[in-house]
Design a protein around this ligand. Structure first.
Ligand code: GYE
Length: 333
C-alpha cells in the first residue's frame, strides 16, 4: 500500500463536482506573493491561526505541520493560539487577529455552529478566512475562502463498511466513542458509520457517548460501557486516542482488546498504528493531519488575489493489521 502524498487529492469547486487535481503543496510551490496591503509594503504574510487544542496525537501532528509550513523562511509571520477545545477562546483569538489586522485568519473550528457573527466581523474588516480540518455550518459560503480537510462522512462509512463486511455475519453489539459534541468529525463520522451498517440487522449500536477525542475520557467512558454491558463485541471510536484509552479499560477489565472486543478507530497516528500492528486494534481509517503545506499554498494564493478552490478534500486510506505493520517504519506521524 502506498503512502498518502500531497500530490493526490480531490477538489470540489462549487457545483462543478469532484475532479482530480495534481498540485504540489510543498517545495516547488509558489513564492510568497503578499502585496503587503496591510503589512506596510513588505512581502511577509501575517497569519493568525486558532487551533482547536492539544487533545490528541492527530492534533499534535497537525499543529507541527502548520508551524513547520508557515515559517518566516517561507514568507509567513504566524501567530498561533490554542483554544483548549473551547469555542469562546477561538472567537476571542479571531477577534484579536482582526484587531491586529493580519493578512489572513485560519482556524480549525472546534464545533460546527455559531460562527457567523465573528466571520462577518472578519469579512467587514476585509480579512480573508481559511478553514482547515473542520467545517462550519454557516450557510453563507462567502464568509470563508476555502475549507481544507478530510471527508469525515466517508471516513465513518469506510469504518462501518469494514465492520459490516468482516464481522456482520453474526450478532454484533457495538459501543461507540464519539468525538467532541458538536464537532464536524464527530457528527459526520457517526452519520457515515450508521449509514454503512444500516442495512445489516445483526449489527446494533448498544451505547454511544462522547469521549471528547481524548485518551483519558476514552478510558473513562469505556469503563462505564464495560460496567453497564457484559456483551460488547466491538468498539467504534471516532479517533485513535479514545480507542487507546479504551484499550486500557478493556485490559484492566481482564479482557483482550482486538479479540474479546474488536476495535475500529479513525486517524492512523503512530500510537494507533502500533496498537493495530500489535493486534489490539482491528482496523483504522486514516485521517491525514498534515494540512500545513496546503494551507501555506492556499494562503499565498488568497493574498495574491488568485482564485482558490472552495473545498479541498484531503485523501485518506485505511489499514488492517498487516498493512499497519508494513506502513509503520516509514510513517510520518
Ligand atoms: O480525528 C481527532 C482530533 O478534527 C479530524 O480531531 C480532527 C479530529 C481528529 O482530535 O483525533
Amino acid at each position: 500500500m502506498k503512502n498518502w502524498t500531497y500530490t493526490q487529492r480531490a477538489v470540489a469547486t462549487g457545483t462543478a463536482g469532484l475532479l482530480a487535481l495534481t498540485l504540489s503543496a510543498c517545495g516547488g510551490g509558489s513564492e510568497a506573493s503578499g502585496d503587503g496591503a496591510s503589512g506596510g509594503g513588505d512581502d511577509v504574510i501575517s497569519v493568525g491561526f486558532s487551533q482547536v487544542g492539544a487533545e490528541s496525537g492527530w492534533r499534535a501532528a497537525n499543529t507541527k505541520s502548520i508551524q513547520e509550513s508557515l515559517t518566516e523562511e517561507n514568507g509567513f509571520a504566524l501567530s498561533f493560539s490554542d483554544a483548549q477545545q473551547k469555542q469562546e477562546n477561538q472567537i476571542q483569538a479571531i477577534r484579536s487577529y482582526i484587531a491586529q489586522d493580519v493578512d489572513v485568519i485560519a482556524f480549525s473550528p472546534v464545533v460546527e455552529s455559531g460562527w457567523d457573527a465573528v466571520l462577518e466581523e472578519a469579512k467587514a474588516a476585509d480579512i480573508p478566512v481559511i478553514l482547515t480540518d473542520r467545517a462550519v455550518d454557516s450557510e453563507d459560503e462567502t464568509l470563508y475562502e476555502s475549507f481544507i480537510g478530510s471527508d469525515f462522512v466517508a471516513e465513518g462509512e469506510r469504518a462501518g463498511e469494514w465492520v459490516a463486511e468482516n464481522l456482520g455475519d453474526q450478532e454484533l453489539n457495538v459501543v461507540e466513542l464519539q468525538g467532541t459534541t458538536g464537532a464536524a468529525p464527530a457528527i459526520d463520522r457517526k452519520a457515515g458509520f450508521e449509514s454503512a451498517i444500516e442495512g445489516n440487522e445483526n449489527i446494533e449500536i448498544i451505547a454511544s457517548q462522547t469521549g471528547n477525542f481524548t485518551r483519558s475520557e476514552g478510558r473513562q467512558v469505556m469503563e462505564g460501557f464495560l460496567q453497564a454491558h457484559d456483551d460488547i463485541d466491538l468498539l467504534f471510536a471516532h479517533n485513535d486516542d479514545m480507542g487507546l484509552g479504551a484499550i486500557e479499560a478493556i485490559e484492566a477489565a481482564g479482557l483482550t482488546p482486538g479479540e474479546d472486543i474488536k476495535i475500529v478507530t479513525i486517524d492512523a497516528v503512530k500510537d494507533g498504528m502500533q496498537a493495530l500492528a500489535d493486534g489490539k486494534i482491528n482496523y483504522i481509517v486514516e485521517c491525514n493531519p498534515l494540512l500545513g503545506p496546503d494551507l501555506a499554498e492556499i494562503t499565498k494564493k488568497v493574498v495574491a488575489g488568485e482564485e482558490v478552490e472552495k473545498r479541498i478534500v484531503v485523501e485518506d486510506q485505511a489499514f488492517d493489521q498487516a498493512a499497519a505493520a508494513e506502513a509503520l517504519p516509514t510513517r510520518e506521524y
